[in-house]
Design a protein around this ligand. Structure first.
Ligand code: FES
Ligand code: FES
Length: 151
């Protein structure tokens, strides 16, 4: 089926089969490889995107479901060459090692700060509980989230 959706403010179309995930379509057909594919089971959060403004795992949404909807990926957060404050905070705090979890964490953090501009540590923990990082131990990630909240 032909799927038509808005990604980062622009209309895109792709031919998808009925069982294809939004994540697969974004990465393999629509030119948005920023969302990472680690588990494809909704467990790791590396594929996090905003779907009509709600944080979701793109691996758990069918591409067909997304027809007519709006998706924001990590590529849509920066303003041209200027990084989003959350992206900049992750860079400044050294919250990135292999980087595989980073796009999902950045999207989830941007979503958190939109809803709660000055989150407590418990709120941060709760908001990022669906995003797994195998490298950093999370301390630098928390530093980045706190720094982004202050910026
Ligand atoms: S790839 Fe979607 S949650 Fe892991
Ligand atoms: S930086 Fe490697 S998984 Fe998080």
């Amino acid at each position: 089926m032909r799927v038509s959706l808005t990604i980062n403010g622009e209309r895109h179309e792709a031919d998808c089969w009925e069982g294809e995930s939004l994540l697969f379509a974004l990465r393999e057909k629509l030119g948005f490889p920023g969302s990472k594919n680690a588990c494809e089971q909704g467990e790791c959060g590396s594929c996090s995107v905003l779907y009509d403004g709600t944080l979701v795992c793109a691996c758990l949404v069918l591409a067909a479901q997304a027809d007519g909807h709006e998706v924001t990926t990590v590529e849509g957060l920066a303003e041209g060459e200027e990084l989003h404050p959350v992206q900049q905070a992750f860079v400044d705090a050294g919250a990135v090692q292999c980087g595989f979890c980073t796009p999902g964490l950045v999207v989830a953090t941007a979503d958190l700060l939109r809803r709660s501009p000055d989150p407590s540590d418990d709120e941060i923990r709760e908001a990022l509980s669906g995003n797994l990082c195998r490298c950093t131990g999370y301390a630098k990630i928390f530093d980045a989230v706190r720094a982004a909240a202050r910026s």
